[in-house]
Design a binder for this molecule. Sequence first.
Ligand code: NI
Ligand code: MN
Length: 226
Amino acid sequence: MKFTYYGHACFAVEIKGESLLFDPFISSNGLAKHIDVSSIRADYILVSHGHSDHIGDLEAIAKRTGALCISNFEVGEWMGRIGIEKTCGMNQGGSRSFSFGRLKLVNAIHSSSLPDGSYGGNPVGFVIATEEGTFYYSGDTALTMDMQLIPRFFKLDLAILPVGDHFTMGYEEALVAAEMVQCKKVIGVHYDTAESIKIDHQQAQDHFAKAGYELLLLKIGEAIEI
Ligand code: NI
Ligand code: MN
């Protein structure tokens, strides 16, 4: 699996030659001005909830690429209303097979509303099990005991967790989340984009390292092989 970070909570994971893009928000992110949105590939776009910092570039990328856009039921319906042709609205607890592997929607404790003010349903996290590895993206969430259920069903190679605090859990809780999902390798997201979610990188990474966990904080545009 190749993981590319596009800033905030936006990233792509390449699996078996296909690109899964998560929570596209790039062109309105002041830290991601060097990313060329029009060159981002997507075969699938996964959206954790309806807030603007997760869907800012969704419509443009979806319409350019023709990607299948997956989210919860309400966000899926909204994507259809704005003219995205290929949508798949699922809901928490549900799983399904796609060409990249198996996708399961799991609980996230957050809120969700859409740009037109309509109801966004419940925010979700994603667990994706593939031949190239298994990973969990929690989406925007508080720390929740529900995370303990994930390792009963999946052996994770990677967890992608928010670490910025204020709107989501901070890095101390993200470490507890990593312990709950039994995954030692974590990529932090949802930090530094605004003043309210700035973190001390060294402090956060030391906090993980002391517990024997790894917190990766990638540069925007950086790609790594997992
Ligand atoms: Ni949010
Ligand atoms: Mn957010």
